[in-house]
Design a protein around this ligand. Structure first.
Ligand SMILES: [Ca+2]
Length: 556
């Protein structure tokens, strides 16, 4: 708690300080979840719970929520950026810009713009997006589609340094928000569809000098290299295109990895470490402490890049430090986050690729469907290539003990084909025909999931296109999320009853946040249709206007 004197000093500083910005410290980042006046991390705290203790907006007054301001991002692509808020400034990214906005008025403070060579866009498999910035020690950090990492002065937007992470022409892109933990700036990489080799990097935030690189496919004399035939690990995928979580007490960063390359797993027989896994490593060195592989030899593009949430939860009568994840493979996992031991695993959507996950070994028991797929048969597989849940994060409410996620009810037709590698092009090795939308059933839900059973306490069906947006939970008993058709909405966390909604003018695929200033609670979401769903040719989506903007709401 801040003393009254300190609070007074803070109140005397104008919302946007003209003087030097007090630098964010590592302690500020560590305490982010306890300081609802700012949002300093992707995930609203290192634990990635996207939970706020704020409750002045609650079940009884959320119906009075009205917009306070709207800011145009001047960008027609999908908007997946989570805002960062510090000392009255809000930082939002698009694929072509980083902006600082006065959080109370919506006035632009500065804008930093990017330009790309035209061939860059081909390397972004699934939409021209960026998922947000990181902030530390007076600097704003972001990644770029052409695989660079940039540091900007948080006060002026001036570029302080720019580093090439890797040559994008190899088939890489960067869309994720960086993570700063224990003084190290960390980034992942995309390119799992292009026959690339994934990695995670650690950087010096002051200079942009690379401190370490940990590859996510094991090769050469590395442990696990024997899970790849020949040199297949070199094009083996395991991309790391989202953001990790961090436990400061254990000093472990948790980072998810994606699919193997090519999707056709018959050409890379073996477990293929570390595709479709969570890696627990030391932020100072990148040294791997433990790993858990969800889908060994995955043929289905079941990325595990969305790492999930770190929660302290009762398991068998005792409170355990766990990592919970709604995996794209359709199973909900509870892992001990100190050791990686599997504590519970159950399906949370319709699954037919595996009969179950063996609790003792953590390995899937592949179904007859997958056995036939591996033999070359054409099969309908659940869940689809988009997974039981796609990239967007869920949120946690400690009062309900539930995980709130936008889940998908889709399958896909699957048949192996011959993979052919060509640099900078998709390297799949399957007859890819998109997803199947079931008739007479919703295609997605907002689901309130019990982590120990995978069962939903309640589900709300999306009436049209399913939502790919993130969720936000609050102590006000609310869950906020957005619809692909543009409605930003609040639901009762206990019952799923919709309590409020507002049409934002374009589709929502972003990450809502809440924050306060002078005792007033605000809710912010970035609107802007696009992302992976826009690539599916769904005619229902064609009627949703493009156009990125930031909305901030309050009860008035
Ligand atoms: Ca905070």
């Amino acid at each position: 708690m801040r003393s009254k004197a300190v609070a007074f000093v803070f109140a005397m500083i104008p919302v946007v300080s003209a003087g030097p910005v007090v630098a964010q410290t590592l302690d500020d980042l560590k305490n982010d979840h306890r300081t609802p006046g700012d949002i300093l991390t992707y995930g609203m705290g290192y634990a990635n719970q996207r939970y706020s203790p704020l409750k002045s907006i609650n079940r009884s007054n959320v119906a009075k929520l009205v917009p306070v301001w709207n800011y145009s991002l001047n960008n027609p692509q999908g908007q997946e950026s989570q805002p960062i808020i510090y000392r009255g400034a809000m930082y939002v990214t698009t694929h072509t810009s980083t902006v600082a906005i006065d959080a109370l008025t919506g006035r632009q403070l500065w804008k930093h713009e990017l330009e790309f060579a035209p061939d860059v866009f081909k390397m972004a498999c699934c939409g021209l997006v960026n998922r947000g910035a990181a902030i530390y020690n007076g600097k704003v950090f972001r990644t770029t589609l052409d695989s660079h990492l940039i540091a900007l002065d948080a006060r002026t937007g001036k570029q302080l340094w720019k580093t090439q992470v890797i040559d994008y022409k190899l088939g890489h892109a960067m869309t994720g928000a960086p993570l700063v933990a224990n003084g190290v700036l960390m980034t992942g990489i995309a390119g799992g569809e292009y026959g690339t080799r994934g990695f995670i990097d650690g950087w010096d935030p002051e200079t942009g000098t690379r401190l370490w690189r940990t590859y996510t496919t094991a090769a050469g004399n590395e442990k696990g290299a024997d899970t790849w035939p020949g040199d297949t690990a070199q094009k083996g995928g395991a991309p790391t295109w989202l953001t990790g979580a961090y436990d400061p007490e254990l000093d472990l960063v948790y980072w998810g990895t994606g699919n193997g390359g090519p999707w056709n797993a018959e050409v890379r027989k073996g477990d293929n470490l570390y595709i479709c896994s969570v890696l627990a490593f030391r932020p100072k060195t990148g040294e791997l402490v433990w790993h858990f592989q969800f889908s060994p030899n995955d043929p289905y593009d079941y990325d595990s890049t969305e790492v999930g949430m770190l929660v302290d939860m009762k398991v068998g009568g005792a409170v355990r430090k766990v990592l919970v994840q709604a995996n794209r493979n359709g199973f909900f996992y509870v892992l001990d986050r100190a050791s990686g031991k599997l504590l519970a695993v159950n399906p949370y959507v319709k699954v037919n690729w595996a009969d179950r996950i063996d609790l003792a070994t953590g390995r899937p028991v592949e179904s007859d469907v997958t056995k036939r797929v591996r033999a070359g048969s054409d099969e309908e597989v659940w869940p689809s290539v988009l997974g039981g849940k796609n990239w967007s994060p869920m949120s946690w409410n400690p009062a309900t003990g539930l995980a709130y996620a936008n889940t998908l009810n889709l399958s896909w037709p699957y048949k192996l084909a011959k993979p052919e590698f060509k640099q900078g092009e998709w390297y799949l090795g399957i007859d890819f025909r998109g997803v199947t939308m079931p008739k007479n059933e919703p295609h997605g839900y907002l689901s309130a999931i019990d982590p120990m059973t995978g069962k939903s306490r309640w589900q709300v069906a999306w009436p049209s296109v399913p939502s790919m947006a993130g969720t936000l939970s609050t102590a006000g008993g609310l869950v906020f999320t957005g619809a692909a058709t543009g409605e930003f909405a609040a639901f009762d966390a206990q019952t799923g009853k919709k309590l409020w909604q507002f049409q934002t003018g374009s589709g929502i695929i972003g990450l809502p946040v809440t924050w306060e200033h002078n005792g007033v609670q605000y809710v912010t979401v970035v609107s802007g249709a696009g992302g992976v769903w826009a690539l599916l040719g769904d005619e229902r989506f064609a009627a949703v206007p493009a156009g990125g903007s930031v909305w901030t709401f309050a009860v008035r």
